[in-house]
Design a protein around this ligand. Sequence first.
Ligand SMILES: C[S@@+](CC[C@H](N)C(=O)[O-])C[C@H]1O[C@@H](n2cnc3c(N)ncnc32)[C@H](O)[C@@H]1O
Length: 259
Amino acid sequence: MARVTRLHRVEQRTRGRFVEPPLTPRTAVIWSVLAAELDRRADVALTVLDVGGGTGGFAVPLAQAGHQVTVVDASPDALAALTRRAAEAGVADRVHAVQGDGDALTGLVEPASVDLVLCHAVLEVVDDPLPVTTALAAALRPGGAASVLVAGRAAAVLGRAMNGHLDVAAALAAAADGAAGPRDTLRRRFAAEEAATLLRAAGLTVEEIHGVRVLADLLPAAVADGQPGALVELERALAGHPPYRDLAAQLHLFARRPA
Ligand SMILES: C[S@@+](CC[C@H](N)C(=O)[O-])C[C@H]1O[C@@H](n2cnc3c(N)ncnc32)[C@H](O)[C@@H]1O
């Protein structure tokens, strides 16, 4: 099984400011946060680990920016799509696909070897989020950063209610785990402070919390599709500010392993 290698220093080319891929309401806020970290370390090619990275929506742009990215994912189909996407983008040599489970990272990744770990839309589907989060933290070298995206609890309640499913909204609002029983596709959802508490329990310092898709899922399609640039800008403007942040469909936490 591939093991994540240590940080690679870029010797033969000058790294510039990170150029974000085309931004959507789903990705703009996350890329803004990541770009700041990538720019901060613009002189090195980072070792990146994307747990549950799926088909490579983040892994491939990061590899295109010159970083070494390992994607650990449970799904062979997702990894096959990732491998194709990386080849089409010309970065097959910088993207490593590893089939595995998020809470078994210690057997797949050398401890304290990763500069940036991504775990997007995974903690809401795993059996227990704490061992996975602890494994993410253990993979990071001291000073390394974590980008964690989780499903928001309040948005799910509002969404069910606005679609007329008041009984489901009431059940979700009352459920300790923010999930609506066995037919829910997710096992849990988070309020911002709950997600932050989880990361802190794993030994990470939470530096930033943003809402992702504060408005995007609430707007009529004609508005969202008709004014995409304005929507991205408004999402970015609202993302960091409660109460808007706390109503977002997803919460993005940027955290760091203490140096
Ligand atoms: C909703 S997708 C998110 C994909 C990607 N991170 C994104 O944000 O677009 C969840 C991914 O996590 C993977 N996954 C689910 N449980 C996992 C686990 N226990 N360990 C590793 N990957 C897992 C799934 O195969 C899937 O690719």
